[in-house]
Design a protein around this ligand. Structure first.
Ligand code: BG6
Length: 457
């Protein structure tokens, strides 16, 4: 039997823009997603946009009961910045009422809410001023964070500032997958730097407003494994980890950017614009806990065509197609549960064993609707995926890593950016036409795991 520590968190994560719906109503203004969908709906899978989500805005009460039914004792979602502050300054009373009722409904089911502030949903009013490229975004985020802490601090004990900040940096400014779809390494570094400062600004406000509660940050973790023991492959893996793991983890745990990163950026003419007071602000960004979203590792090798200065990260480390990799046939990502153990040990040994939890892990299945029909929703592949990851997590915990929970991605099939409803991950299937929710086999299994605080080997 794999038994997990007492009071272990069992639950799942979602986010406001991926579940709420009501995306341009009840006072909410547009985010970059609403805007982009309006401009170019053909970019979105099946042309499904942010309005057509699982409508938690109107279904949240029954959905909180569903969470309880499958054993959740904790649950993460986010607040929509553009709903709470439609113009960045004025509080939307309907948003306050909605979130208060939603968080109360979560409590009524004895579920601990974990509330995140930013999940890729940049309000258009700030985008029009430059979004994360503009230094003014730091104070704007600080104001939003403080407002949220003041409005909901009595109902929420666990907060997080950002979900996967590396993703809005990479997807928006490096690879062109998210709006504003810019491809510019130097801009991406500037955006990442402002995000770090915005995080610190929010933590600073948190310590003032809610000194007795806990704050963290949610990071995507893609541990980089080198192709070989040769020095150039090893160096490539180190640089990849510097960018992809340490860039946000070190500031959140130690209050400063990782050693080696400024020198590397200087060498490649990528240093961001800074102010003298930044160092002091960054030092205020130390959190109480970390959430790590793990889906797959990175395999890297020395760059095939290094450029000096680097124009893209690929000039510093290249992807490597590991011949032994096991692939999720339904989503294309590598499945490598062993990495979760390596991450647990890294947190223990390199990050002062700070409390952390798995804040997302799950199996995406493209067009799951094709073969999961209305009767028996048999997603055994998802159960196997979670079991193997949990087994390695258990090993890490039994060797002393301070992991206090596991959140699946996700509770209910949800809208996923340009992929819309292509890749489904939920314990509940959602029929987009009728909004009917149907429990999949993985949800029934998860309930047992939560009730037993573990599972049979
Ligand atoms: C996570 C994000 O990285 O991946 C989620 O936090 C996202 O917002 C999830 O939905 C799944 O992504 P995809 O690309 O498989 O739809």
């Amino acid at each position: 039997m794999y038994t997990f520590p007492k009071d272990f968190w069992w639950g799942a994560a979602t986010s406001a823009p991926q579940t709420e719906g009501a995306s341009l109503s009840v006072g909410k203004t547009a985010t970059t997603w609403d805007y982009w969908f309006e401009q170019q709906p053909e970019l979105f899978y099946d042309q499904v946009g942010p309005t057509d989500t699982s409508m938690l805005y109107t279904h949240y009460k029954e959905d909180c009961k569903r969470m309880k039914e499958i054993g959740f004792n904790s649950y993460r979602t986010s607040i929509s910045w553009a709903r709470l502050l439609p113009d960045g300054k004025t509080l939307n009373p309907e948003a306050v009422a909605f979130y208060r009722e939603y968080f109360e409904a979560i409590h009524q089911e004895n579920i601990e809410p974990v509330i995140n502030l930013f999940h890729f949903d940049m309000p258009m009013w700030l985008m029009e001023k430059g979004g994360w490229e503009a230094r003014e975004s730091i104070d704007a985020f600080g104001f939003y964070a403080q407002t949220a802490f003041e409005c909901f601090g009595d109902l929420v004990s666990y907060w997080t500032t950002f979900n996967e900040p590396l993703v809005h940096v990479e997807c928006g400014y490096l690879y062109g997958y998210h709006y504003p779809a810019i491809v510019d390494f130097k801009k991406a570094i500037q955006v990442g730097y402002h995000t770090l400062l915005a995080h610190a600004k929010a933590v600073e406000a948190f310590r003032r407003v809610l000194p007795n509660k806990k704050i963290g940050i949610i990071l995507n973790i893609t541990p980089s494994y080198a192709k070989s023991a040769q020095a150039d492959d090893q160096k490539a893996a180190q640089i990849s980890n510097l960018f992809n793991t340490k860039s946000f983890l070190d500031p959140a745990v130690f209050g400063h950017v990782p050693d080696g990163l400024p020198d590397l950026l200087m060498q490649h003419e990528l240093l961001p614009n800074t102010k003298e007071t930044d160092r002091e602000l960054l030092a205020k960004g130390i959190v109480d806990f970390i959430g790590l979203n793990y889906y797959h590792p990175r395999r890297v090798q020395a760059p095939l065509a290094p450029n000096m200065p680097a124009k893209m990260p690929e000039d510093l480390y290249a992807a490597y197609d590991w011949p032994e990799k096991v692939i999720n046939p339904y989503r294309g990502w590598e499945i490598y549960p062993e990495a979760i153990y390596d991450v647990a040990i890294m947190m223990r040994d390199e990050y002062r064993n700070i409390p952390w939890f798995v804040s997302e892990n799950g199996m995406g299945v493209a067009d799951e609707e094709r073969f999961l029909h209305d009767q028996e929703l048999d997603d055994t592949y998802r159960i196997e995926f979670m079991k193997t990851h949990l087994a390695y997590l258990h090993k890490g915990i039994s060797e002393g890593s301070h992991c206090f929970g596991y959140h699946a991605w996700t509770f209910i099939d949800c809208w996923s950016w340009l992929n819309a409803y292509k890749n489904r991950y939920g314990f509940y299937r959602v029929d987009l036409k009728t909004q009917e929710r149907i429990l999949k086999k993985s949800g029934q299994w998860f309930k047992q795991v939560s009730q037993q605080n573990g599972f049979e080997e």
